[in-house]
Ligand binder design. Structure first.
Ligand SMILES: Cc1cc2nc3c(=O)[nH]c(=O)nc-3n(C[C@H](O)[C@H](O)[C@H](O)COP(=O)(O)OP(=O)(O)OC[C@H]3O[C@@H](n4cnc5c(N)ncnc54)[C@H](O)[C@@H]3O)c2cc1C
Length: 422
């Protein structure tokens, strides 16, 4: 594979967009060309706003173009934790909006005729009894509190019908969650946004933002003046906005694609076309592709490491689960940054009346980012109620200031140790 990721190698490319030069006036300037930014831009253009989207690299360069493609119900934080933090009313609304996020993906695929290998079917795998008990509790909570009763608890003796490994003590099958080729979906969404009038600029890193009635957004060679600003750079935004940076930890996760596998070998590992993730803090997640590979992802790391080591890192994890794949070659591997908040709930808000942001979807961004863009568009159009359900949740800065990476590593190592102890 000559492209950096399996997704680039198998997706139709978007046309290259020029970089921003000179001065541009629009209603809304969107910063970031991932799912959040492209969704916001598309929804805004459909509502009649003129929109310029600035992307530092290329559309899909960030997490949206390099993730595991798993479309998961709910949030990275457990719903019981969300209820505790936000209250029952907000939790019910958040659950329903999470379901809407999944439905919106299917609706966009149908509306814009996006070929992106979308499939339903998901398995949350438990590595020990504590995790299985947690899944059973989650199942009851989803059914009793939120009316979502589609999941099925899978006993150990039935795991092999879904996953060919003896490492799991059981799990939860969720036919409502699923998977897709994220870059193909993003390309389809960006094409729809372009048709709706959005102006894309690539190679246009925003280096400075000035607030006020008409925010001004500056890149090396140009600037955008807008009535509204939507900040959608997530973990890739870095230190541009210190207030947002403090509340977000960039966690590195990596994905590898095996070579094409003989059909019987592929089916011995994944007899059904479901996406799988385990319940560890640094979890493994994987799925089949339509061209008979396994996409195997693992996190969480705090440095990308030497690219040459990645294939081995991922292959070892895969073979530990599926010894039958010991001869399978990991053809390519890549990493990306996931934005994580302290409470694992997405962080939406305004820096001032007309400057919006959304970040911190953790490992649930494939579905929730589309919703984030939609809610930003609603709020900009004067309907902020649903955006405010998220914005009402309090977020804290990560402790540790300049030592924060060290503190994060220590916390992660403690959580990983707890996973190993069961
Ligand atoms: C390896 C990996 C696996 C994952 N697997 C899954 C999964 O299976 N399921 C799931 O639900 N989630 C998963 N995630 C998380 C999910 O991909 C993200 O939550 C989601 O894509 C975030 O989208 P976004 O648009 O908010 O940010 P991004 O996709 O990161 O986009 C942000 C964009 O902003 C641009 N940008 C940043 N700063 C600037 C600037 N100053 N000027 C201009 N542009 C800027 C960046 O270049 C980038 O393209 C995974 C993430 C990774 C990295």
């Amino acid at each position: 594979m000559s492209a950096e990721t399996y997704y680039q190698a198998t997706s139709r490319p978007l046309p290259k967009f020029a970089k921003l030069e000179g001065s541009v006036e629009v209603d809304v300037c969107v910063v970031g060309g991932g799912f959040t930014g492209v969704s916001a831009a598309l929804h805004l253009a459909e509502r009649g706003y003129s929109v310029a989207l600035l992307e530092a690299e290329q559309i899909g360069y960030g997490a949206s173009g390099r993730n595991g493609g798993q479309i998961v119900n709910g949030y990275a934080a457990d719903m019981s934790r969300i209820r505790h933090v936000a209250g029952l009313d907000a939790a019910l609304q958040l659950w329903n909006m999470g379901r809407e996020a999944l439905a919106d993906i299917e609706a966009r695929i149908a509306q814009h005729d996006i070929e992106c290998d979308f499939r339903r079917g998901y398995f949350f795998a438990a590595l020990n009894q504590r995790q299985l008990n947690d899944l059973a509790r989650m199942q009851r909570d989803w059914a009793d509190t939120y009316g979502y009763a589609e999941t099925r608890l899978i006993r150990k003796d039935l795991v092999s019908t879904l996953v060919g490994t003896d490492k799991y003590v059981g799990g939860l099958a969720d036919p409502g969650s699923g998977h897709m080729h994220p870059l193909k979906y993003l390309v389809g969404l960006a094409e729809a946004a372009q048709s709706a009038g959005v102006r894309f600029f690539e190679g246009s890193r925003v280096s400075r933002v000035e607030g006020g009635n008409r925010p001004r957004v500056m890149t090396e060679d140009g600037e955008v003046h807008a009535r509204f600003l939507a900040l959608c750079g997530n973990a890739y935004l870095g230190r541009l906005i210190p207030r947002l940076h403090k509340r977000l930890a960039p966690v590195i996760s990596c994905v590898g694609a095996t070579e094409r596998l003989p059909r019987d070998l592929l089916l011995s590992a994944l007899p059904q076309d479901v996406a799988v993730s385990d319940c560890n803090t640094a979890l493994n997640y994987y799925r089949r592709t339509p061209d008979d590979r396994i996409l195997f992802g693992a996190g969480a790391r705090y440095t990308p490491g030497n690219p040459g080591e990645l294939e081995t890192f991922l292959r070892d994890k895969m073979v530990a689960l599926f010894p039958q794949l010991h001869d399978a070659r990991m053809e390519t591997a890549w990493c990306g940054q996931i934005g994580v908040t302290v409470n694992r709930i997405p962080d939406f808000g305004r820096l001032q009346e007309n400057v919006f942001y959304a970040q911190g979807f953790a490992g649930h961004g494939v579905a929730l980012t589309g919703l984030a863009g939609k809610l930003m568009a609603e709020a900009i159009s004067g309907q902020p109620d649903r955006f405010n359900v998220f914005a009402g949740i309090r977020h804290r800065a990560f402790p540790g200031g300049p030592l924060r990476t060290g503190a994060l590593v220590l916390t992660m190592e403690w959580l990983k140790l707890r996973d190993r102890l069961g």
